[in-house]
Design a protein around this ligand. Structure first.
Ligand code: NAP
Length: 233
């Protein structure tokens, strides 16, 4: 049976590549973003919404359930970053980052878990960052929002384990997408130098971990956070 995968943040960047990859493997792929779809494939559905808009997300999941009857995998990829010293960070920025990164992950996880619980199967993968493990200066708010996601991942992995749902997280190093475009080159170089393996991450690195987490044989792996590049907490 065709698997159904929901990926948030599929207009561009890692989310778009993941959507295209799972479409190439013949999955039903459902994506979303604030902007309109940039993928035009028969097995792809796109919802234009903000992941922190509870009402719209609930409606999206209800529509998906009607059309596909099940959701096997959820990738909470949508995210925003803001690099700034905390002293010059406005509370509006903090609201925006926490709403997209943490609240969005929470709402999608809760709504999709209700369906996964009924089908007694599910795989949820959340997105964190090495900036959280490194307590990286200049990224205090972004890293804090991702630390919240890590803690949430580990706690809910216990709460929904009885329903055969695993919840894990991936923590990428810098990967060349729009997200890191505005970070000064010397800051990126410093960050790469903190890694055991000193290079940019690639989409292949991400896909490898996600394929591992969603593999049927990974049913005993939950509550784990895998950082790329040899970073650890
Ligand atoms: N690239 C890196 O170096 C790196 C490193 C560590 C972790 N990560 C994590 O990896 C994930 C993907 O990052 P990326 O590099 O692919 O970023 P990106 O290129 O900036 O893409 C972000 C995606 O999320 C969507 N998005 C943003 N805010 C949204 C919202 N409120 N509601 C719905 N969709 C939203 C964007 O589409 P719209 O603008 O149309 O909404 C876009 O499709 C993020 O969680 C990020 O924190 C990335």
């Amino acid at each position: 049976m065709k698997k159904t995968i929901l990926i948030t943040g599929t207009r561009k960047g890692i989310g778009k590549k993941l959507a295209e990859y799972y479409l190439s493997l013949d999955f039903n792929v459902i994506g979303c973003s604030r902007g309109s779809s940039t993928i035009n494939k028969t097995n792809y559905r796109h919802y234009e919404l903000d992941v922190s808009n509870e009402k719209n997300v609930v409606k999206m999941i209800r529509d998906m359930k009607k059309e596909f009857n099940r959701i096997d995998i959820l990738l909470n990829n949508a995210g925003i970053a803001s690099m700034n010293h905390f002293l010059t960070t406005s509370s509006d920025t903090v609201h925006n980052i926490f709403n997209t990164n943490f609240l969005g992950t929470f709402i999608f996880s809760r709504e999709v878990s209700k369906i996964m619980m009924k089908q007694k199967y599910g795989r949820i993968i959340n997105f964190t960052t090495v900036a959280s493990a490194l307590r990286l200066e200049g990224e205090a708010i972004y890293a804090a929002s991702k630390s919240a996601i890590e803690n949430f991942t580990q706690t809910i992995s216990k709460e929904i384990a009885p329903y055969n749902i695993t919840v894990n997280a991936i923590g990428p190093t810098p990967i060349e997408t729009d997200l890191i475009k505005t970070i000064p080159k010397d800051k990126i170089r410093d960050l790469l130098n903190k890694q055991a393996i000193k290079r940019f991450g690639t989409f292949e690195d991400i896909k490898n971990i996600i394929d591992f987490f969603i593999d049927e044989k990974s049913e005993f792996i939950t509550g784990q956070i895998i950082y790329l590049g040899g970073i650890h907490n």
